[in-house]
Write a protein that binds this ligand. Structure first.
Ligand code: GAL
Length: 898
């Protein structure tokens, strides 16, 4: 079964275009071997033995050399490599498929194999997210990879719907992402595959299909253990499509739109279209392209705003050609980031015709915008300087795992936007294609990044194993897929790679990647994030920009960091600026600050930034980290310190906090946990205090004030309990039970107001903030009563009944006055009635080992999250009931609309 897209909007052409794009979301059968030892021998390649299973290496540890493996074991790699051929420039380096058909006698690939006892799943599917979590020191998957069973070997099977009328068409399988080492059989024949789990790729299955027959697809995935520094997820975790075309058709990612001249009066739009004549006849075709404006939802509006002159080309059988032309649009509606600009978009609709018959029709969304990168003044979009207020984001969606969901990703971006973020760095691999649709639509600037490792390794079985064969095809495919997105402003070809440490030989690898990126897209600059390379080393000179992780603020460079082991540097912005006076410098990662929402530990450091230590910001017993938002990894800095150092170096174009949201895996500093402490927003999507620190700095015109900590400290009466305030004002007065504790002003390079000597008394803390002497904002925090009831609130009251849209319901434990009671961990039970289902629950506690699929979960510091979806095609009222012992239950209705 499948949902159909494409072939819509064909009203203009007399004959239907043959291009169809069919989503293969349903009908999948899935089986995962209990352990790697039980798996079949159809391996892509042999892998080195892993000696050291520890996954808590510090993030800034030096990557090491690859281990060579010699073996006579038969492997399938030679049959998979030819899939890369379209992305290898030098014809001499392309791969020949060997003879033979490995795996063709294996039962799972046979049409007749009975898979009825395999699990039925819907794709996108993350096979590991429901757990169980593996707790404890010697767990097979440790904290680094999120303690979830992502490693392993598994198979997916599905029947393709290819009617007899498809005879003569070209049929492609398009996979947006399969984690990982995918190998694909159709009707018992090995077609090809692609190892990198974050890549999008295509297989031409035409030679293997039987139009009108039964077409059995079988996909084998093999996710290595010890292959990632975070939770990679596992499975067909992004969309899978079947694309059907006429033999003469527009190529894969076959259009390239650029806007070489942009002004308010007019824009020049340049279009290149590549056409493949995969037929056995010569073809004389005409390509016509019209441009339409899109509305905010991405729908075409009105008449065409411009038309390209029709282009004619004669292609011999088997030939491909690229046609180029340009057109002018008067008074273009430019794409740019809010709040000062609007992300307007256009679509180019290209129609391919032969003798009046429509052969293909292809849509390319794009935006018209001009980017400029200035070494003194930063990034300019359409002539306006845009300071990068960015967040790094990993690909998981918290409790939903890595199975891509548009609404979940949109919610992440909406909250980052609310905080004031205008930019996203994709850490550290190609995102789902739909994520860039969202960033285009919402107007975020994106640093699009492809690799976390090159030839040298960070974990024993990471990307370095396939780098030699795949770096070129992966990089070319990545850029061709994403080059038309207006939100993408830069290609980052690596993050903190080991080649920073290997001088000229490392720089040679960097240069090769830089050159590939420039061949594919000369319009955008390159970057490679550096946490070690220094100005005098060869690597920084290679890229177009200087992308610094942590080095800009200085590493272990504040009083509280003295005496820590490890690399130490002064703030390196000035030295890089001096050495590379023509290159934009930006802070690709900063902060790596850590905290657990709602956990406050005493005493509180008097510094503006301090490394988290057991008993000093961190509690090894509870596995929690203080939310005073002053603590960081040893190599990181608090937000306050980052803001100060960016302000002191105004030529730096801004930066990206590590990280916007918490993510699965990498639970520095407590690897007994399962998810990170880095996020400004926790894994469930609840705001940590830090959210307001960023908001106060990034949205200076938004009147706001925020007080921390909560004010429920019965055991601290009379004890010093510091009170900190984040405000977009410049001054504030704090009151405890009506009595002033003094009015304080932000000093130079100071971003919070602190009253560090407050002695706790229950009651009310109130702050009145001022800006330029005028009253600006107020906030208060009260000591609450005992937990009495539950309250629930959905992010949206109405969702689509398509089985994909989601309602995120926040559940609060409140006292009789409706105040959220902090420090409560009541056990809650979730029940759904009506045409919906509970997808997952979470509470943002990094230490929790309760499966995300559980309908029972404790609140964490007063809050809990339920994620609900409507059953596909079933409109109606979904009723979610949340109950907990001793608490008045709450019922919330979510309307599902068809
Ligand atoms: C950086 C790394 C990130 C993350 C972060 C926090 O060094 O690039 O991927 O690991 O540290 O530990």
């Amino acid at each position: 079964m499948a949902s159909r897209e494409g072939s819509s909007g064909l009203a203009e052409s007399p004959q239907a275009s043959v291009r169809e794009r069919i989503l293969l979301d349903q009908g999948w059968r899935f089986m995962k071997y209990a352990s790697e030892k039980d798996a079949d021998a159809l391996i892509y390649d042999v892998r080195p033995e892993v000696g050291n299973h520890r996954d808590d290496r510090p993030a800034d540890a030096k990557p090491t050399e690859a281990v060579a493996v010699e073996s006579d074991t038969p492997v399938l790699k030679p049959w998979i490599l030819p899939t890369a051929n379209d992305f290898i420039k030098d014809p001499a380096k392309r791969f020949q498929r060997p003879s033979g058909d490995p795996g063709s006698d294996f039962p799972f690939v046979q049409t007749g194999f009975d898979d009825s006892d395999w699990e039925t799943v819907r794709v996108p599917h993350d096979w590991a997210i429901e757990g169980p979590f593996m707790a404890g020191e010697n767990a097979a998957v440790g904290g680094g990879m999120g303690r979830l069973p992502s490693p392993g070997v598994a198979w997916y099977r599905n029947k393709l719907d290819i009617p007899a009328s498809d005879a003569g068409k070209f049929i492609f399988l398009d996979i947006d992402g399969a984690m990982s080492y995918a190998m694909v059989w159709l009707n018992g024949h090995l077609v090809g595959g692609w190892p990198y789990g974050y890549a999008s790729w295509r297989l031409d299955i035409t030679p293997f299909v039987v139009p009108g027959g039964e077409n059995q697809l079988a996909i084998r995935l093999d996710n290595p253990p010890d292959s990632s520094r975070w939770y990679p997820g596992g499975g067909l975790y992004r969309n899978v499509w079947l694309t059907k075309t006429h033999p003469v058709h527009i190529g894969q990612w076959g259009t390239r739109v650029t806007t070489p001249q942009v002004s308010e009066a007019f824009a020049r739009v340049h279009l290149a279209v590549s056409i493949d004549n995969d037929s056995d006849k010569d073809a004389a075709v005409t390509a016509t392209t019209k441009l339409y404006a899109l509305d905010t939802e991405g729908r075409k509006t009105g008449e065409a705003v411009a038309r390209f002159e029709p282009l004619q080309v004669a292609l011999t059988a088997g030939e491909s050609a690229e046609l180029e032309s340009a057109v002018t649009i008067e008074k273009p509606r430019l794409w740019g980031p809010p709040p000062t600009q609007t992300p307007h978009r256009y679509v180019a609709v290209t129609t391919l015709e032969q003798n009046g018959q429509t052969l293909d029709r292809y849509e390319t969304r794009f935006g018209i915008r001009e980017l400029r990168f200035d070494a003194e003044q930063g990034v300019f979009v359409n002539g306006e300087p845009i300071y990068l207020q960015g967040a790094n984001q990993h690909h998981d969606l918290g409790a939903l795992g890595t199975a891509f969901n548009v609404r979940a990703a949109e919610r992440q971006l909406e909250m980052l936007r609310e905080m004031g973020a205008n930019a996203i760095r994709i850490a550290h691999n190609p995102p789902a294609p739909e994520l860039l649709e969202l960033t285009d639509r919402m107007g975020f600037l994106v640093v699009n990044e492809i690799y976390d490792a090159w030839e040298r390794k960070k974990t024993p079985l990471d990307f370095h194993l396939i780098f030699p064969d795949w770096h070129e095809p992966d990089l070319r495919a990545f850029i061709r897929r994403d080059r038309n997105h207006p939100s993408v402003i830069m290609w980052s070809v690596g993050n903190e790679v080991g080649e920073q440490y290997t001088d000229e030989s490392g720089a040679a690898v960097a240069l090769r990647l830089h050159e590939i990126a420039k061949q594919e897209d000369p319009t955008r600059p390159t970057a490679a994030a550096m946490n070690y390379a220094k100005p005098h080393m060869p690597l920084p000179g290679v890229m177009d920009t200087i992308s610094l992780n942590y080095q800009g603020e200085g590493i272990r460079d504040a009083p509280a960091y003295a005496g820590l082991p490890g690399i130490r540097t002064a703030p390196l912005y000035p030295e890089f600026h001096k050495t590379f006076p023509d290159k934009l410098i930006f802070s690709s990662e900063n902060a790596a600050a850590v905290s657990s929402r709602g956990e406050y530990l005493f005493p509180v450091t008097g510094e503006i930034s301090a490394p988290v230590k057991d008993g000093d910001g961190g509690d090894p017993q509870s596995g929690q980290v203080s939310a005073y938002e002053l603590y960081s990894t040893p190599f990181g800095s608090s937000a306050d310190k980052v803001f100060g150092s960016l302000a002191k170096h105004p030529y730096v174009g801004g930066g990206f906090v590590w990280s916007g949201w918490d993510y699965l895996g990498e639970p520095t500093p407590y690897y007994s946990s399962r998810s990170s402490y880095f996020g400004v927003i926790d894994l469930a999507g609840f705001k940590k205090d830090r959210f307001y620190l960023y908001q106060s700095h990034w949205r200076p015109d938004l009147p706001m004030a925020h007080i921390l900590p909560h004010w429920n400290w019965p055991e601290r009466v009379g004890e010093v309990t510091p009170v900190h305030v984040f405000t977009s004002g410049d001054e504030a007065e704090l009151f405890l039970n009506g009595e002033s504790l003094g009015r304080r002003k932000k000093g130079e390079y100071k971003y919070r107001l602190r009253w560090d000597d407050v002695k706790y008394q229950p009651g009310e803390l109130k702050v009145v903030a001022y800006k330029k002497g005028e009253r600006w904002a107020t906030a208060s925090v009260r000591t609450t009563g005992a937990p009495a009831a539950l309250e629930a609130e959905a992010d949206r009251p109405v969702i689509r009944a398509d089985g994909l849209d989601l309602a995120f319901v926040t559940v609060k434990v409140v006292d009789e006055d409706g105040l959220v009671v902090p420090r409560t961990h009541n056990d809650l039970t979730f029940t759904v009635e009506g045409p919906g289902e509970l997808v997952a629950t979470d509470n943002g506690d990094p230490t929790s080992m309760v499966s995300f699929a559980s309908a029972e979960r404790a609140a964490f510091n007063g809050l809990c999250l339920a994620i609900v979806r409507a059953k596909p095609g079933q409109a109606g009222e979904i009723k979610l009931t949340v109950s907990g012992e001793g608490l008045r239950e709450t019922v919330i209705d979510i309307a599902a609309e068809g």
